[in-house]
Design a binder for this molecule. Structure first.
Ligand code: GDP
Ligand code: MG
Length: 273
């Protein structure tokens, strides 16, 4: 029997999005069918109790620091993913139901763009990470997403576009990151205005690719916990709805596509009624 999750991972309400302009849904409540399902003891909850989440993006954008800030509660710039360990299991309780995120971080393979299809396959959520202080890492976000989507069903995967190193955008620290090539010098942001521009472009891209946009800092911790609670809640909700649909089909009931509610202003499905 697993111990209960930490108290700060108990989710009783849908956590807020980062920016309503670039959110997967702006409703602040779980779907009523999900709430009802969680109140009823079920035998088949196992299938929605875990979600695979993959983290992709250019090398050095801060993927490992983002995951380790959440899982270890600290910023450790020297942390390296242990070779052979593919993912971190993060436990939550959502609406009283145990739920885990399997967070898959690369062990540096992204440097060679040779990530195996097993890494991508079967993801319920894709987190595409870019560095807010490097505009070219946002340009590459689209390529990372395309690669990851080749192994996944676009209709069932949730997308998140995450700008990291937000601490660098508030002028607390000059841009003194390691410059690995001359192209980095060219693309590094030099001013708060340029950073604002990158963020504007990220919001635009997130609307286009139907992703939810977040800006976070693994260094200060700003937004990191809120972000992962949101990922857990949205993947949990999607899993429960999919499971309810499947079991309705199995029982031979009149199946209504539960997720096909009214569409929001950008033509996406509102995930709630
Ligand atoms: P990855 O290659 O995408 O996994 O990147 P890492 O997580 O290893 O981070 C690359 C570099 O960015 C390291 O030197 C980190 O210290 C730095 N870094 C990561 N996140 C942040 C952040 O939120 N703020 C700042 N200032 N630096 C960060
Ligand atoms: Mg890494």
């Amino acid at each position: 029997m697993l111990p209960p999750p930490k108290s700060d991972r108990i989710i009783t309400h849908m956590p807020k999005c980062f920016s309503p302009n670039a959110a997967l849904q702006t409703k602040e409540v779980f779907h009523p069918l999900v709430k009802a399902a969680c109140q009823t003891p079920r035998e088949d909850t196992v299938s929605f109790n875990v979600a695979k989440v993959i983290v992709v993006g250019d090398v050095s954008v801060g993927k490992t620091c983002l995951v380790s800030r959440f899982s270890r509660g600290a910023f450790n710039k020297n942390y390296k993913a242990t070779i052979g360990v593919d993912f971190d299991m993060e436990r939550f309780q959502v609406l009283g139901v145990p739920f885990s995120l399997q967070l898959w971080d690369t062990a540096g393979q992204e440097r060679f763009k040779c990530i195996a299809s097993t890494y991508y396959r079967g993801a319920q959520a894709i987190i595409v990470v870019f560095d807010l202080s490097k505009a070219n890492s946002l340009d590459h976000a689209r390529e990372w997403l395309e690669d990851a989507m080749k192994e996944n069903d676009p209709s069932s995967v949730l997308l998140f576009l995450v700008g990291t190193k937000k601490d660098l955008s508030v002028g607390e620290e000059p841009f003194t990151q390691t410059i690995v090539s001359s192209s980095d010098v060219f693309f590094s942001c030099q001013s708060p205005e340029q950073l604002a521009q990158v963020e504007q472009e990220a919001v635009r891209m997130s609307e286009e690719i139907q992703a939810e946009y977040w800006a976070v800092s693994a260094k200060s911790g700003d937004g990191v916990r809120d972000f992962f609670l949101r990922v857990a809640s949205l993947t949990f909700e999607a899993n429960v709805l999919a499971e309810l649909e499947k079991s309705a089909a199995r029982d031979g009931a009149d199946v209504i596509k539960i997720t096909s509610g009214p569409k929001d202003k950008r033509g996406r499905k509102a995930n709630c009624c």
